[in-house]
Write a protein that binds this ligand. Structure first.
Ligand code: NAD
Length: 508
């Protein structure tokens, strides 16, 4: 992280970063003031033109070095991620190192193609002979504001395409998990990224606001409530935003599904990362004929999960609850459901003797009057509801303010895809969940209250640029037909030409 001259009073403003699995304080980081964020912004803006001038190949060299760094230093990175999130070694390896390892190479390779000049041909004879080009120019300074659940993938990961496009970046990581972003600053420096191109602004919401005020574009990942505040703040300076927000992903299991695979997936994708994934399976709808068998399988698998403080590879399956307030939300959803008549088949309690945990939990006898079926729980819980048929399942799946991801499970993939197209979500898998996120070629973004814009694919890097249209006229007369002075004869000619072009033939 860049060292900023700090006022004596500001030096007292620190955040203690805690290991959620043990309760120990790992390290403290400063809370940056608006003034300090401004200093970072000035440094970023001063450094950016040289980074842009390096071109795609020059920037890709740095990104490819960083890709190798991440893999070479994966144990150190995993240790840092685990220490501030309490997630398991495997959750850090698979969904964080794996993601960023892929992303560095992907953007290094694809940025030149996604951002290449596009030659355009116009069908309009009035611009005949002109050269028409769309180009993508970096915005300058991008602000990335991230959540606590994936400090590497969802905070740093979004910086990669912004950097590949030629921008300087200020990352405001979550106050709960800032250490991984700081480690990546060290990594990027070692890999030859020029000073000022990637800077970390540690702090709380106010620091995030200061970032919004300074940058040319905001990439935000976090809760829907904060996303709205970010958009409001950005409106003051007319700064564009891309918002990746909360979700309540439904899983629809049809009677003809491979039940064993569906049960394994339901268990994994609801409990992986302690259920603290934006695209976790948050609720399941199962067709009546297979409901009992599915519930029995899932309950048995969830009961077998080992939970506790991660102690290296293979030590536990489900880690801690990273964010203190999240434990209250998860407990609140389960307790309220229980009071309203839901049955807890396994789990159902917080465990806080040492560290912060919530038992892997399966709930049945649930319905849409309960928060566990309608609000984002973001914990290791899976409420399962019986439905009469696919129609009812689709209706219930869409009965949500969210629309991030969803999945449909059936052996009839044609029917599965047809149902997927009726689900109101930015990404829907058939006989899978979450893995769409690994295909960086596929856009990933939320519908409804789950977001605005998307990451990945061409749009996932073009959003970090300004589109510029170029029209170049090489050969032209001294005076075009439409220019002054207006003459009745020419006007008549142009009118007839328009009629010929746009007004011929009959219409319905
Ligand atoms: P959050 O909204 O509480 O915080 C996110 C970030 O915003 C933090 O860095 C925080 O300090 C900052 N912030 C808070 N107030 C701010 C303000 N007024 N202005 C600017 N920044 C401000 O979210 P969280 O609890 O850290 O993360 C969990 C949420 O993130 C869940 O809802 C989850 O679904 C969502 N999420 C979404 C995706 C996705 O891709 N859609 C991915 C991961 C997480």
């Amino acid at each position: 992280m860049a060292i900023v001259e700090r006022e004596p009073s500001a030096q007292q403003q620190q955040i203690d970063v805690e290991n959620p699995a043990t309760g120990a304080v790992v390290r403290s980081v400063p809370i940056l003031s608006a003034e300090e964020v401004r200093t970072l912004a000035e440094r970023g803006r001063a450094a950016q033109p040289a980074w842009e001038a390096l071109g795609f190949e020059g920037r890709a060299r740095v990104l490819r070095r960083a890709q190798k760094w991440v893999l070479d230093h994966r144990e150190r990175l995993i240790e840092t991620i685990v220490s501030e999130t309490g997630k398991t070694h495997e959750d850090a390896l698979l969904a964080e190192i794996g993601y960023v390892g892929n992303a560095f190479g992907f953007w290094a390779k694809n940025a030149p193609e996604y951002l290449a000049d596009e030659k355009v041909r116009s069908a309009n004879p009035f611009v005949l002979g002109r050269k028409l080009v769309v180009r993508y120019a970096p915005l300058g300074l991008v602000g990335v504001i991230g959540p606590w659940n994936y400090p590497l993938s969802n905070s740093f990961g979004d910086c990669i395409p912004a950097l590949a496009a030629g921008n300087a970046v200020i990352l405001k990581p979550s106050e709960v998990t800032p250490l991984t972003s700081l480690l990546m600053a060290e990594a990027m420096r070692e890999c030859g990224l020029p000073d000022g191109i990637y800077q970390v602004a540690t702090g709380l919401g106010e620091t995030g606001q200061a970032v919004i005020d300074e940058v040319d574009m905001v990439m935000f990942t976090g809760s829907t409530a904060t996303g709205k505040k970010v958009m409001e703040r950005a409106a003051r300076t007319l700064t564009p935003v891309s918002l990746e927000l909360g979700g309540k992903d439904p899983m629809i299991v049809l009677a003809d599904a491979d039940l064993e695979r569906a049960a394994n997936a339901a268990t994994y994708y609801s409990m992986q990362n302690g259920g603290q994934t934006c695209i976790s399976v948050e609720r399941a709808y199962v067709e009546a004929p297979v409901y009992d068998a599915f519930v029995a399988k899932v309950t048995q698998k969830v009961k077998a999960l080992r939970q506790g403080a991660p102690a290296g590879p293979g030590s536990v399956d489900v880690g801690a609850i990273t964010f203190p307030k999240q434990l209250d939300i998860v407990s609140g959803h389960v307790d309220a459901a229980r009071s309203a008549g839901a049955t807890v088949l396994t789990g159902g309690h917080a465990r806080t003797e040492s560290g912060r945990f919530y038992e892997p939990t399966v709930l049945v006898d649930v319905d849409h009057s309960m928060a566990c079926m309608t609000e984002e729980t973001f914990g290791p819980t899976l409420p399962i509801m019986r439905v009469n048929d696919a129609e009812e399942a689709v209706k219930l799946a869409n009965d949500s303010p969210y629309g991030l991801g969803a999945s449909v499970w059936t052996s009839d993939v044609t029917r599965g895809e047809a149902l997927a197209r009726r689900i109101e979500a930015g990404a829907v898998c058939v006989n899978d969940a979450q893995v769409n996120y690994l295909a960086l070629e596929l856009p990933m973004g939320g519908w409804k209250s789950s977001g605005l814009g998307s990451r990945h694919g061409a749009g996932g890097i073009r959003k970090y640029t300004r589109q510029q249209s170029l029209l170049v006229t090489r050969l032209a007369p001294k005076r075009d037909l439409h220019m002054f002075p207006y003459k009745a004869k020419t006007t008549g000619l142009l009118g007839r030409a328009m009629k010929l072009l746009y007004g011929r033939g009959k219409r319905d």
